[in-house]
Design a protein around this ligand. Structure first.
Ligand code: SF4
Length: 670
């Protein structure tokens, strides 16, 4: 095979048909620890879609370091269902291994009911709990728990096993000088700190024999101050190889790192260099991971020699058939993961089952596929935001004759606003996908076509529409505070749509739209690459000034919020990175600040410090949105009896894109 992505590869004794790996992804589909039908069908779909290797997990090796909704490998009672999972994946032609997981001090007693354990009793940065320091005896027992879980993996029929030795979990806690303060043979210098991992590997080898493939997932760089860099990671990888590990799976840093790893603002494949570093140190295959967003990029990683395989977890959550599509066996476009984390990581952190913003079917593979409609209908969708387009996609897939009316000339609705700020542009990839699929399925999309009760009723008569989806979305809320006549105030939605603002802007409302608008504005006017190059070459500015210019832009932006924090409706996996960006761009954030009035020279506010005026040459309102139900109201009692109306998405109640898409999918399926 000439395509590097689809050339076979061997890991130990395991032959893979291609280079695409689905790394372990916590899905939260197994509430009792036992494999569920939901998990089996989820992975069966990915195997059917052509992935080479599925890594299932993390799988708890005990009850102290596991996590909510996680598969358990600490008892033989789990074997029958694990065997069914393996059979399902094998029947579709993929290989599968487990990932052995022990969270160490990242585990939470709130969930496990047990005090977490760690090499040293240092408070967890995630849970603030102080773990129990493992005694020498307990370390031996822990190593045996890993070995027993590996043996069960083999018994269940898996093709191999992976240890999770990165991300800040137990094995990496032994490895790092930050979390390992032991004075026995498991602490001190690097060889001692590696001892636990290497003994785990040796015990697993003893339990499963020399031929059972064994992988290790490591951090290519901890990205934690004082932690390991790629230099130590190479030494660790080399030691793992010498101990009998058959492949190294390289990821980014720990959970507590302040370096974004997989949020939308991380450039695609930004961490491929970490895999490259490891590859230079070992001769076993190396897997690169993190934000490998397309098959083209994956091929580039392989051909450039940065890695031997590519890990694509979220892209396969978004589109199980990515491999077949990339190989040309399925002509339909790949449904792109946009890096939003709304359905995957945010759900995991909330303790709910994983879903996907762009793939409403993810996690629902036990439900039957969209059935062809028994009697195809003529369907109109009003509004081409994500909900409207998803409705059109599913309805047309079922064989209905679908027309979409969109009042603007640009499709995508509020996705266009969410995708306006710097580093949030991947959102547009979803709209592009929906448009492409809808058009390929014969949906008639009418741009610049506003719907009124009158023209819609006339259309019903002329076109014979029997089913009408109303996806008119939401509208920005009117300010609830006094606005003087000569005040310069505009809506955040207009700014995100491209409206010019002044140099000194105050944004009212610190929700997600306010934060996005602040970042969008604060980023304007920073140096472009050409100017920067000119200034550097001509040494026209000092580095300090350049850094300031780069980070600040030429607008002064203030974000005013009446509660205690901003971005509180953003998902936890993304919020921290966006708040860090606010700081980096020097946006002034004022919390506990109530707006009293907006005037021509700025806004008058009340805060714990008293009343004051915040000067502004433009005020931007980002205080929220309301459902746009005008058309629904206008149509009330006017529709002919044969016509059914379906309100979908934000027109019911403003919600996250994920929820709007899911509700549109559900209605269209029915
Ligand atoms: Fe990608 Fe967002 Fe789907 Fe997660 S929810 S897989 S980040 S598109």
């Amino acid at each position: 095979n000439d395509d590097p992505l689809f050339s076979p590869v061997t890991i130990g004794t395991m032959e893979l048909k291609n280079r695409i790996v689905m790394p372990a992804m916590h899905l939260n589909y197994c509430p009792t620890g036992e494999v569920t039908d939901q998990l089996i069908e989820f992975y069966r779909a990915r195997a059917r879609g052509g992935v080479g290797l599925i890594i299932v997990g993390g799988c708890g090796i005990d009850r102290v370091g596991n996590n909510m909704g996680m598969i358990q490998l600490d008892d033989d009672c789990y074997l029958p269902r694990l065997q069914q999972l393996v059979a399902a994946i094998h029947s579709e032609g993929a290989k599968t291994i487990t990932q052995l997981y022990q969270a160490g001090r990242y585990a939470s007693s709130r969930f496990t009911g047990n005090q977490p354990v760690a090499p040293s009793p240092l408070p967890s940065k995630l849970t603030q709990e102080i773990p129990h320091e493992l005694t020498g005896e307990e370390i031996k027992e822990m190593i045996q728990s890993f070995a027993q879980a590996a043996a069960r993996t083999q018994q269940a029929g898996f093709d191999g096993v992976e240890i999770l030795a990165g991300t800040g979990y137990l094995i990496s806690e032994f490895l790092s000088p930050l979390t390992n303060k032991r004075t026995d043979e498991y602490g001190g210098d690097l060889p001692n700190r590696m001892r636990f991992a290497l003994e785990v590997v040796a015990a697993i080898r003893k339990a499963v024999g020399p031929d059972f493939p064994l992988l290790a997932r490591i951090a290519g760089h901890d990205f934690v101050p004082g932690g390991h860099t790629n230099t130590e990671a190479r030494l660790f990888a080399k030691a793992l190889e010498e101990a009998g590990v058959d492949a190294i799976n390289v990821t980014g840093g720990w959970h507590e790192t302040l370096v974004p790893q997989i949020t939308m603002n991380v450039p695609p494949a930004a961490f491929r260099y970490l895999a490259r570093g490891i590859k230079e140190a070992v001769s076993v295959p190396v897997i690169a991971s993190n934000r490998i967003t397309s098959p083209q990029l994956a091929r580039d990683i392989l051909t450039s020699g940065d890695a031997d395989l590519v890990g694509m977890a979220r892209p396969l959550l978004a589109d199980p058939f990515l491999p077949l599509k990339a190989q040309g066996f399925d002509p339909s476009p790949i449904r792109p993961c946009v890096g939003c984390n709304q359905g995957c990581l945010d759900h995991v952190f909330r303790g709910t089952p994983v879903a996907c913003l762009v793939n409403a079917e993810a996690g629902r593979e036990t439900e039957p596929n969209e059935k062809p409609a028994s009697s195809p209908k003529k369907v109109l969708v009003v509004g081409a935001g994500p909900a409207g387009l998803e409705f059109a996609r599913v309805a047309s897939l079922r064989g209905h004759d679908v027309t979409v009316w969109e009042k603007s000339n640009q499709l995508g609705g509020q996705i266009n606003l969410a995708g306006a700020p710097p580093d949030r542009r991947d959102f547009h990839r979803f709209t592009d996908y929906l448009i492409q699929v809808c058009e390929a399925q014969g949906v008639k999309i009418c741009r610049g076509q506003e719907a009124t009760a009158e023209n819609l009723l006339a259309g019903i008569e002329k076109e014979g529409w029997t089913d009408i989806a109303i996806a008119t979305g939401a509208l920005p809320m009117d300010p609830p505070f006094p606005v003087m006549e000569d005040a310069v105030i505009t809506q955040a939605w207009d700014v995100l749509a491209g409206k010019e603002t002044g140099q000194n802007v105050v944004i009212i409302g610190g929700g997600s739209v306010g934060v996005e608008t602040a970042l969008y504005l604060a980023n304007q006017g920073t140096l472009d690459a050409e100017t920067l190059r000119f200034l550097i070459i001509n040494q026209a500015e000092s580095i300090g000034t350049l850094t300031k210019l780069l980070c600040q832009g030429n607008k002064r932006v203030t974000l005013v919020e009446m509660t205690k924090g901003v971005g509180r409706d953003l998902g936890s996996s993304t919020r921290w990175a966006m708040l860090a960006d606010l700081k980096r761009y020097q946006v002034k954030v004022l919390t506990h600040t109530m707006v009293k009035a907006v005037g021509p020279d700025g806004i008058r506010v009340k805060s714990p410090e008293g009343e004051s005026l915040i000067p502004a040459d433009m005020v931007v309102s980002a205080i929220g949105s309301v459902a746009n139900q005008k058309l629904l109201m206008d149509l009330r009692d006017k529709l002919p009896a044969q016509v059914t109306l379906y309100p979908i998405g934000d027109v019911i109640k403003p919600a996250k894109v994920l929820d709007a898409v899911q509700s549109a999918y559900d209605v269209a399926r029915k």
